[in-house]
Design a protein around this ligand. Sequence first.
Ligand SMILES: Cc1cc2nc3c(=O)[nH]c(=O)nc-3n(C[C@H](O)[C@H](O)[C@H](O)COP(=O)(O)OP(=O)(O)OC[C@H]3O[C@@H](n4cnc5c(N)ncnc54)[C@H](O)[C@@H]3O)c2cc1C
Length: 453
Amino acid sequence: MNTPNHITLIGAGLAGALLATLLARQGWQVDVYEKRGDPRLKGYAGGRSINLALAERGRHALRLAGADEAVMAQAVMMRGRMVHFLDGRTDLQRYGRDDSEVIWSVHRGELNVILLQIAEDAGAKLHFHRGLSAVDFDARIARFNDDRDDSTHEIVFDSLVGADGAGSALRAAMNQATDLGERTEFLGHSYKELEIPPAPDGGFSIEANALHIWPRGRYMCIALPNDERTFTVTLFLPNEGEPSFDSIRTGAQARTLFERDFADALPLIPQLERDFEHNPTGLLATLYLDRWHLDDRAVLLGDAAHAMVPFHGQGMNCAFEDCVALAERLLAGNDRAQAFADFQQQRLRSARAIQAMALENYLEMRDRVDNDDYLLQRALERELAERHPDRFMPRYAMVTFHRMPYEVAFERGQRQRELLVELTRGHDSLDSLDWSAVDAAVRERLTPLPADA
Ligand SMILES: Cc1cc2nc3c(=O)[nH]c(=O)nc-3n(C[C@H](O)[C@H](O)[C@H](O)COP(=O)(O)OP(=O)(O)OC[C@H]3O[C@@H](n4cnc5c(N)ncnc54)[C@H](O)[C@@H]3O)c2cc1C
């Protein structure tokens, strides 16, 4: 029997803090245990990417938690991709139809601080310096380590929710009690963060309202704006080959790569050598589990359940959607094991779909955004979205500006892509298309969009 309306969360990162708020605002007693210190006291300790793209799914969850206004006050709008070609030309490819369809760059540390404050204000109890180290599921005892003095602390729990990220300690403990069917697929590419400081006049040194991309085939750089007028640049490279993190190990080698492949970015990154040598290289992987819960005793969400590669900018957005879905199940007052099972049933297939789309997007970002076939397909995509707004919506829009289940966006996106490839085959401009045949194909092959769109 679970104590009604009490729950123990592991991890006070993005998902943990948001879920705590959603439940505490409805009168639940929520205890949250976090490995690190309180970032509101000592500043955010970093570790993962510095800034993140926030989209409609995430904003919807923030609105439900009463956090959207505070978060948006420090967010920077990104209207589209600013593609930087090798010859120095640039091209802004809008994400949506207008400024109602944009994404937002938010600072991970500031976001976490806002969410923690809102969670605490809502009544959640936050326990810092409590890293989960072991769980006795039979006795329902969780053991934590305090990194300041290496002391051990135990608590008795009803149910644990694992919001402790990709390296989840709760997941490891659950795996000892039952086989979760875990597998991790490494991408074979990693990333390194670099910084573009403000311009000498204190403003942004390149277009502020865009996500900048330098696509170079097997690798790329991106840059997202921060509200303090800097940009965080992320260099994605294969782990092996030429160039790769294996062949480029020193700051001087990084400079040579930038001189050749990212020449317009180089003068913007004065500390290139230092950043390259000093900042860690982050691994990229997709985590698949067949099961996310252990009866009524534990459930996983966010990166702990389904870490993904970052190329659709949806990991946090998806984690926030998980929080809303789990809170709904718990607040409905269902039997807890059933609530966890229903949550898994609903969200596992959604997570698989966005994981697949995130992997596909890497190829699109690094290799296709500057290619002629792709640009023609995108032009047709925009035209079809205008002509058939009830049936055709670019996949990026379905994922980013709407909240239809990811698996619906994935499946419709596949059918749309097939259409775009077929309809543009043998053409190098839209002028030569037979529009009555095009319209007939759309009506025949695509059902009307679901209501949420
Ligand atoms: C390079 C990069 C770029 C990204 N860009 C985007 C983007 O643009 N948009 C987007 O939506 N997503 C993006 N993501 C994904 C996003 O960062 C994650 O999906 C998101 O952080 C998941 O939130 P979470 O709360 O599940 O995990 P986390 O944010 O990782 O939080 C986990 C928390 O648990 C704590 N913890 C860990 N172990 C323990 C323990 N043993 N005991 C107690 N606490 C513990 C950690 O300290 C942390 O506070 C990106 C990821 C990367 C790597």
